[in-house]
Design a protein around this ligand. Sequence first.
Ligand SMILES: [Ca+2]
Ligand SMILES: [Ca+2]
Length: 307
Amino acid sequence: MWSQCPVILLLFAVFTSHKTQAIKHQWASEVTNFSSQYNAGSYSAKQILGKPDMYPRYGGTKGSWIQATGQLNGHQFIEVKFRDKVFLTNVVIYETGNAGSVKRILAKDVQNRWIEIFWVLHAVLIQKARKFSPKIKVNFPVNELRIEVDCSVSRSYVYIDAVKIVGDDCPRQFKKYGDSCYMIKKDRVSADMAFANCLETGGYLANFETLEEAMSMKKILKKMNTGLHFYVGGRNINRRKPGGGDWRWIRNGKMMKMTYHAFGAGQPDGSDSSPQDCMFFYAGERYTFHDVYCDNGSYLGGYICEI
Ligand SMILES: [Ca+2]
Ligand SMILES: [Ca+2]
């Protein structure tokens, strides 16, 4: 008997339109862990890998992961890996038997912790095949998922044929330059304001740990030809230190010592009486670095966020 199908609203994320970025679609390529499997063959955990082989067929279809007899409880899961890390815009789970059972989806973050990105209070029973694509929001790059299913609703096997992730190299509004994701903003703000604005994006005021990164950005800014200065995430943490202070790149509460000098002529020139503990690419001198007051109204500039 068909049960009443609840109306499932599939919420697809709006794709970004960066010309330089390609949205990647990836099928699961490796199973790293699972709670149980029916057998080692046609209903094994590995059947979740690659493109769907059974969808849109429903029920009893080989080629899907199902669980072990005697394990049809609320604690079944599978962990899968994808080739490339992406900022997720979409997860699609192809369910081919007793759909509606996905209770939680977790994503592994950069510190190898499982972070919940989707959950429902109760699993439901939908007796037809579906592409399940819940609304998710993740602001870190992902290539590992843990999918938890609840077999107790159907008191039977849950069939998952395939899992796909969709995502970009960088999150929305950020663009890939080299190996980094930057967002170049042209609003006119102080360094302190720029610092706070970048935090609100989930990122931080950009760090240019290598001279190569800094020179590449300098070229981009020159080409943009906005006439604006652009704040970056370097900060002087000791202006009394001889030789211009102790400059660090600040990122997520950590400080990294600046290992090269790309300040303009006579810079940095801050002092106790002229505290210039922040820095920007200075438009007036072909985007060399200048130190500048962190909170003032006379050197407003754009800024560069990184994530
Ligand atoms: Ca399959
Ligand atoms: Ca200065």
